[in-house]
Every structure is written in structure tokens, then in C-alpha cells.
Ligand binder design. Sequence first.
Ligand code: GLU
Length: 441
Amino acid sequence: MARLQAKYPLEKEYLQAVQEVLESIEEVYNQHPEFEAAKIVERMVEPDRIFTFRVTWLDDKGEVQTNLGYRIQFNSAIGPYKGGLRFHRAVTPSMLKFLGFEQTFKNALTTLPMGGAKGGSDFDPKGKSNDEIMRFCQAFMLELWNCIGPDQDIPAGDVGVGGREIGYLYGMYKKLARQYNTGVLTGKGSTWGGSILRPEATGFGALYFTHHLLEKAGIDIKGKKVAVSGFGNVAWGACIKATELGAKVVAISGPDGVCHIPDGITPEMIDYMLVMRASNRDKVEDMATKFSEKAKFTPGKKSWSIPVDIALPCAFQNELSEDDAKELKANGCICCCEVSNMGCQPGAIHFFQHNGILFAPGKAVNAGGVATSGLEMTQNAEHISWSGKEVDDKLHFIMKSIHEQCVKFGTQPDGHIDYVKGANIAGFMKVAQAMLEQGTI
Ligand code: GLU
């Protein structure tokens, strides 16, 4: 850690992600001198390679705009590079390095053969027209297409990249590569190679995981009040499944504030989340404007200020602070499952773990998204598409198995389950073993 801190002093998120994993695996690592001899950790913390490129495009006024694009191919020990693309104004190499590092362990947990990668751009989708989004995606792919492939590196969506963006990216890829390589991107439309349920998968998987975690603790999810943050693709899927399982989602949020929905979110409101995302306005207040009798908007507040049993951060890294964790606890919260990548600050995780609140980390909870991307790749390779039930059954099976891996590697001598340790050790052991077997490369 000291060496990495000296080398990358400004890469805060990357150092935070590495620190969490190294702390978790320390004990196990020291029991394996063969890992130490092969310098597995020193190799694992550095990405295999980073592509950085300029993306120049024309906005609706005909003015030239320039952004930076990146693809970080982090680790390919257990499969081709796999991970999403994030379009957000705050994207930096540090953010993508943390995400690529996390992705490597997350993908290992899915039971599917996928390495880790992440990419994206500091392009800000907020306020952009559909045409501008399309021109940006095309310009981005003009640089990226040569670095990716169905057995090489398979990007997908993440914050700011959903079905629409994947469509534009794929259109341009196909034109440049002159091949209908569906397996090169996941999250595609269902009529052209996309998997049924991929849009819902991250949220659905997160709720399957939460359900298993609560069940293990002897708690029924039915009737529980849930706070979700964000209103994007992940929050949307989480709201659908939470409601289906009998829980009540009473809060969603945005950068502008929180919407309190005392009687629980309705199917119409869940549908409206999609409209809100497509508008690129990035305002959760729009929900309260549209459904003024059911939802009350409070500016500047987070979802964690609403009294709930279960907190599900679904938006961005470090979105839940130690103070938020304390407020949740004071209001009776019993469980926090991190759905966003590294959604909780280290102080919040520490507080949850030492104050009897069940906590599970993003790399386990949100792995259903990339797992279903893996299922999409399989369908593409076989040139078939499975039914919704087939995909859902497989997703459920995968989430159950991720939960089991966490329990296996995270059960402490006193019997309590440390899900952070469990997820990190399970993911690490698989990647480390594969690296060892493939020699010094
Ligand atoms: N961006 C998602 C994640 O963080 C999905 C990646 C994928 O489907 O490749 O896991």
C-alpha cells in the first residue's frame, strides 16, 4: 500500500479500493508463500494496459467538443477483459482504475470466465440531446473499436451508458469492423443480440442477494421499508424486484435531493424512472412533480435521511458516509446492501460492521449485472436467445452461489459473517490461482 500511495498519491478511489481488498486478504495471502514468491499482489494491483484517447465531436450548435476516452484492461487471468463504460463528467483514470480493479474480483465471483476491465469518458450526458449522445458514442467507438472483440474485451453499460448508448456504440463498431460480432458488447437491444433481462439484471440480482442475506439472518424481506438512491437503470431494477418480493421502496434520490414515497413506489412511478433517465435532466424532483400526491421532494437531502429497514445505495461510489450510516441506524435500519460500486465510504462500512447492521459489498451484491452480460455472451456465441425464465433462473442461481462463496470465505470464528472479507477472499483466490498457473507474464 505504501508503495502504491507514493506512486499514485492523487488516485484516491483506486487506493481506497486496493486498500479494502488487501486488508481483507492479508491473512489468507500470508498462508500461501507461492503467491508471495510469484508477486501476485504486486501484479494484480496494476492494470495490464490503459488506452487513453481523444474524442472529438460536434454539438447541436455545430461547435467542436473534445473529451477524453479510456479503456482499462485490468486483468485477464480467468477470461477476456469484461466491464462497463462510464460516461460522467467526473471520470478520471483513478476512477476507472478502481472500477477495473473491483471488476476483476466481481467477475471472478460470478462463476463465469470473465476478466476485469472498465472504460468511459469525462463526457457529461446531462442536458445533451439524443443526437449529441449519438455523435459522441460514434466518435468514441471510432477510437475504441480496434481494442475490443468478443474474445478480447467486451464493454457494456455503467453510469451514463444504457441501452441507447450501447445501440449507438454497436452501430459504429459494426460499420468499422465490417462484422456482425454481437459478442463484442453486452446490454444490446433484445432484437439484435441482447439478453432478455439484462436491463433489470443488476437490480434483480441485488435483491436476490439481499433476500439470501436476510434469510440467512432469519429475517423476512416482506413488508420491509427500503431506501434506494439514484433513479437510473440499477435503481429501477432494484425497485421492481424489491416491490415484487413484498418490500416497500419509500425513497429514491438524485443529485438534486430525495423523493419520499410513504406508501411505497408504484409500477407507474417505476416506469416513469425510465422517462426521467431518457430526458437527461438528472432531476429526481420530476417524480414529485408528476406524482405530487404520492411523492414529496426535499432538495439537498439523501435517501439515507428517510427512516427505513434496508438501505440500497444504487448510484455512485462513496455516496453513503459515516454520518449517513449513523442516521440510518438511529432511524432503525438493519441492513445495507451496496448496489453501486464502492457506494459506502470506509467509515460507513466500519460503522455498519461494528453496530450490528448487516452489510454486503458491491462486488458481491451488484454482480448480477455483469453475470447476465456473461449469459448474453454465451447466447451470442451459440447464436440463440434464451427465454426470460431461463435467464432469471440462471441469474438467481449465480446470486445464490455468490452468497454461498461469501459465507464460505467470510464466516468468522465467532460465527458472524464478514461479507466484505468473504467476497474479497473468494474473488482473490480464484484470480490468484489462475495467475499462478499461467506463469510469469
Ligand atoms: N457496469 C456494470 C458493473 O459494474 C456491468 C458491467 C458489464 O456488464 O460488463 O459490473
